[in-house]
Design a protein around this ligand. Structure first.
Ligand code: ASP
Ligand code: MG
Length: 423
């Protein structure tokens, strides 16, 4: 069994859906579990609709729903000239579901309502893909991930109940294979024990692929992307990036942790646990090999990789009475950060102060200051960049820090981290 994941960009229009079918045709007679994201940018659109509804902006919400409808209808009309095709009934059903959300008022639990609504993007794309594959002669079935991936009640960031999920997935797949060769399911979504829909966090479809692969003991997972594989830097910002041909699970986790956005960070662990290799390949050039992520670390050090986190803010907190910073202070500080859901990107301490770096966009400076105000003085420094270089060398450091003022530097054997700003 192979698990394939196709993201939003790989199904953004009718031509893209046809391309998915042509990729699948390269693997005749191979049982495939296919995980698909919502088409194009439709998750962003659904997110906006959810916000409009919750704010009572009915007209805006209505406009959004129309846009969502016309976007998918155009794709459907191009793929299915036969207007009586059953896929149109699925389309109508999803649209009616959305319209109903306009009429009913949202409950106070926005995260819950968000998941019930935003998950429909994946339901739509998986319906379209499954129908198109069958129309094109594949032995395909549609699987409802809302009945297979069991989670807790943490809406928008749900945690998987692995035992239950494994049982549900195995039972269902035993029924559908081998009659079916390709089972199409949705990324990103799951369900609670009561049957409410949950989501696994934005960009969570990669993780879904990891979950299915784990539960089915798949031979491999392939994530099909619009880049040739994992690169040593983000090609949006840098020229001359190189592809990492082969890296270890551990290296992939490190890169994802420091901010490389190619794969969702939670994806690797289930694969590593069962030693299932993960391929990242291009859906534009499917002849190319892409990157393979597997257990051996032998190839990790071949190329320095670097990752930038932009718009960072550095805080320094100092006890007001100039006492030494001791463990009690640190536990105070972490408690405050955990109450505001702050995610520390870098930290450092000295005798009199503790410094930490957060994403500027996600941080309310005044709130933070207030929370510390009684016992600590707080200073901050905005608009910084945090650079991480894995397997650094001097040449790379010099090139990336040119014209920068360096505020904090941390170095271990494999990783160099530099907090800096433009000169
Ligand atoms: N469609 C969801 C999102 O855009 C999940 C995913 O694409 O992985 O966040
Ligand atoms: Mg997406």
């Amino acid at each position: 069994m192979f698990v394939f994941k196709f993201g939003g960009a790989s199904v953004k229009d009718a031509g893209a859906v046809q391309n998915v079918a042509s990729i699948l045709a390269r693997f005749p007679e191979k049982p495939i579990l296919l995980v698909v994201s919502a088409m194009g940018k439709s998750t962003n659109l659904l997110e906006e609709i959810a916000h409009h509804i919750s704010l009572g902006k009915k007209e805006e919400a209505q406009k959004g729903i129309q846009l969502f409808g016309s976007f998918h209808l155009k794709i459907l009309n191009q793929l299915f000239p036969e207007k009586e095709h059953p896929v149109f009934a699925h389309y109508e059903e999803i649209m009616e579901n959305l319209e109903r959300k306009l009429e009913a008022r949202f409950s106070e639990n926005f995260h819950f309502e968000y998941d019930q609504l935003v998950s429909l993007g994946e339901v739509m794309s998986s319906r379209i893909l499954d129908a198109f594959l069958r129309e094109s002669g594949f032995r395909s079935s549609w699987l409802d991930a809302r009945k297979l991936i069991r989670t807790d009640h943490q809406y928008r960031d749900a945690n998987v109940d692995w035992n239950r999920t494994e049982q549900l997935i195995r039972d269902r797949c035993e029924q559908v294979y081998p009659e079916t060769l390709i089972a199409v399911t949705q990324g990103f979504i799951g369900h609670t024990e009561e049957g409410f829909t949950t989501t696994l966090g934005r960009e969570g479809s990669d993780y879904t692929a990891g979950i299915f692969a784990y539960c089915l003991n798949a031979e491999q997972v392939t994530i099909w992307k619009d880049v040739p594989g994992m690169l040593n830097a983000d090609p949006k910002f840098f020229k001359g990036t190189v592809k990492l041909d082969k890296i270890s699970f551990k290296e992939a986790i490190e890169l994802a942790y420091y901010g490389a956005s190619v794969i969702h960070p939670k994806t690797i662990k289930p694969l590593q646990n069962k030693n299932i290799p993960l391929y990242v390949r291009s859906f534009v050039n499917p002849d190319e090999e892409g990157t393979i992520i597997q257990s051996s670390p032998d190839f990790d050090q071949l190329v320095p990789s670097y990752i930038f986190k932009r718009r960072q803010i550095l805080f320094s907190v100092m006890p007001k009475d100039f006492s030494f910073l001791v463990e009690e202070n640190l536990s105070d500080i972490f408690r405050v950060l955990s109450t505001i859901g702050g995610k520390i990107n870098m930290m450092q301490n000295s005798a009199l102060s503790f410094s930490f770096v957060l994403d500027q966009e996600k941080t309310d400076i005044e709130e933070l200051r207030k929370l510390f105000d009684q016992d600590y003085t707080v200073r901050f420094n905005k608009d910084l960049e945090l650079l991480t270089i894995r397997h650094y060398d001097q040449k790379t450091i010099d090139r990336l820090t040119e014209q920068k003022e360096l505020l904090v530097q941390q170095k271990t054997r494999h990783t160099m981290r530099i907090l800096m700003k433009d000169l």
